[in-house]
Ligand binder design. Structure first.
Ligand code: KE4
Length: 433
C-alpha cells in the first residue's frame, strides 16, 4: 500500500521557486509546470517501479512513467545492472559501437515498416529528420499533419499542435516564420474526407502525411475504424508517403507498435521514449530505398554528437528484452483495462459524464459524454473539472499527467493493489468534485 500523508509540499515549493529564477517557468519542458491544472508542481527526489517519492517524502503511484519510457517500471534492476556494466566502458564514443547494431536489429525485427533505422537523441529530432527525408525523397514540400497531434517542437510542426502547446493554449508559437508553416497543411484527426480534399487541392504536391496513429497528445484518441487504412490508400494513390509518429505508441501498444496492432504499414516511422529505456533516444526508420537517402549513404543531411551513445543503447536494449518476455503485453492490457474501466465506473457512479478507454498500456479519460474523435471534441470536455480531479488525485497519492491533453501510461511494475488504491482514491475525489 502506498502511504498517503496530507500533501506537504514545502520542499517542492522552495525548490520550484528557486527554479523559476533559473529556468523559464522553472522547468525544462513546459507541461511539467502544472500550468493547465494549477497548483504546486511536485519536485521528484527518486523513482522505483510504479512509484515516485518527492522531495517532501510523499509517495505517489505513477501513471506518467516519465511520459512513457518507464514501461517496465522505473529503475528496473536489470536495466540498472546493464547500465552499470556499460558505464565502466564509457558514456559516449562519438564513433560506431556494436551496441548500435544490437538495438538497430531489435527495432528492425520488431517494427513492420522499418528495414533500416537511424538513432537520434529525442522524438523531436526524429520527427524533424523524418520530415526532411519525406521532402528529400519525394521532392515535394507540403506535409499534412492533424490538429492536436504533437510531433515535437520543430518549427514546421508547431501548427495546431497538441501536448504542451495545447496545454498552454498557444495558438501556435512566436518565432516560427509563416514561410516555414505555409507548407504544413492540417486536417481534423479521423476525418478522411478532409484529407481527400487536401490531396485534391494539392495533387502531387504533398510529400506525405504524418500522424500519431493513436493520439496521446490531445488526450487519448484512437483512430476510427478505417481511418489508418484510408490514409494508406490516399497517400499510395498520390505518390505521397505515410509516416507514423510512434514516439509514444512504439513498443507501447504492441511490441511492433500501432502499425502491428492495426496492421497498417507506413513508409516511415519515428520512435523514442521506450527505445531509450529512460535515456535520451529517438529514431526514424523505414523502407530501405528511402532510408538510403540519408547521409552519408545519401545526400540528406542529419547528424548528432550523442546519437547512438552506448548508455542509451544499453538501456534501450535491456528494456526491449524485458518487453519480449512472454505475457508482457497481455499484462499491460489487463491492468490498464482494469484501471480505466474502474475509473470510468467510479466517475459515472458519482454522477459525472465521462468517456475514455485504453489500448494496451496507454489510456485516457475525458469529462465529456463523448465519443471524442478529434482535438475539437477534446477541447469541449470539462477542463476545469479535470484540473480539480488531477489535484484531488495528487492529494491522494496518485500522479496523473498534469494536462487533459496527455495520455496515461501503465507499467509492468504496477500491482493489483496499486490499481485498487487508485480506484479507491478516485471514488473519494470524484464524489467531492
Ligand atoms: P521529445 O522531443 O519530447 O523526446 O519527443 C517529441 C514527441 C514526438 N512525437 C510524439 C508522439 C510525442 O508524444 C512526443 C513527446 N511527448 C511529450 C508528451 N506528450 C513529451 C513530454 C514533454 O513535452 O515534456
Amino acid at each position: 500500500m502506498v502511504s498517503t500523508t496530507s500533501l506537504t509540499t514545502t520542499q517542492s515549493e522552495e525548490i520550484f521557486a528557486a527554479a523559476q529564477n533559473l529556468m523559464p517557468g522553472g522547468v525544462n519542458s513546459p507541461v511539467r509546470a502544472f500550468k493547465s491544472v494549477g497548483g504546486q508542481p511536485i519536485v521528484f527526489d527518486r523513482v522505483k517501479g510504479a512509484y515516485i517519492w518527492d522531495v517532501d517524502g510523499n509517495q505517489f503511484i505513477d501513471y506518467v512513467g516519465t511520459w512513457g519510457p518507464a514501461i517496465c517500471g522505473h529503475t528496473h534492476p536489470e536495466v540498472i545492472q546493464a547500465l552499470s556494466t556499460a558505464l565502466a566502458k564509457g558514456t559516449s564514443f562519438g564513433a560506431p559501437c556494436q551496441l548500435e547494431n544490437v538495438l538497430a536489429e531489435m527495432v528492425i525485427k520488431a517494427v513492420p515498416s522499418i528495414e533500416m533505422v537511424r538513432f537520434v537523441n529525442s522524438g523531436t529530432e526524429a520527427c524533424m529528420a523524418v520530415l526532411r527525408l519525406m521532402r528529400a525523397f519525394t521532392g515535394r514540400d507540403k506535409v499534412v499533419k492533424f490538429e492536436g497531434c504533437y510531433h515535437g517542437h520543430a518549427d514546421m510542426f508547431l501548427v495546431k499542435a497538441g501536448s504542451g502547446v495545447a496545454t498552454l493554449g498557444l495558438p501556435d508559437s512566436p518565432g516560427v516564420p509563416k514561410s516555414v508553416t505555409s507548407h504544413t497543411l492540417t486536417a481534423p484527426f479521423n476525418d478522411l474526407e478532409a484529407v481527400k480534399t487536401l490531396f485534391a487541392e494539392n495533387r502531387h504536391e504533398i510529400a506525405g502525411v504524418i500522424l500519431e496513429p493513436v493520439v496521446g497528445n490531445a488526450g487519448f484518441i484512437p483512430p476510427a475504424p478505417g481511418f489508418l487504412e484510408g490514409l494508406r490508400e490516399i497517400t499510395q494513390a498520390d505518390g505521397a508517403l505515410l509516416v507514423f509518429d510512434e514516439v509514444m505508441t512504439g513498443f507501447r501498444l504492441a511490441y511492433g507498435g500501432a502499425q502491428e496492432k492495426f496492421n497498417v504499414t507506413p513508409d516511415l516511422t519515428t520512435l523514442g521514449k521506450i527505445i531509450g529505456g529512460g535515456l535520451p533516444v529517438g529514431a526514424y526508420g523505414g523502407k530501405r530505398d528511402i532510408m538510403e537517402r540519408v547521409a552519408p549513404a545519401g545526400p540528406m543531411y542529419q547528424a548528432g554528437t550523442l546519437s547512438g551513445n552506448p548508455l542509451a543503447m544499453t538501456a534501450g536494449i535491456k528494456t526491449l528484452e524485458l518487453l519480449q518476455r512472454p505475457g508482457a503485453y497481455e499484462q499491460l492490457e489487463k491492468m490498464t483495462k482494469q484501471l480505466i474501466e474502474g475509473l470510468l465506473e467510479a466517475a459515472k457512479e458519482t454522477g459525472h459524464t465521462v468517456c475514455g478507454g485504453n489500448i494496451s498500456g496507454m489510456f485516457g479519460m475525458f469529462f465529456a459524454a463523448g465519443p471524442v474523435h478529434n482535438y475539437e471534441d477534446a477541447k469541449k470536455s470539462d477542463l476545469s473539472k479535470f484540473s480539480r480531479y488531477h489535484r484531488g488525485m495528487l492529494e491522494q497519492g496518485i500522479y496523473l499527467a498534469p494536462s487533459q491533453f496527455e495520455a496515461g501510461f501503465m507499467s509492468l511494475a504496477h500491482t493489483e493493489a496499486d490499481i485498487e488504491q487508485t480506484l479507491a482514491a478516485a471514488r473519494t475525489v470524484l464524489s467531492d468534485l
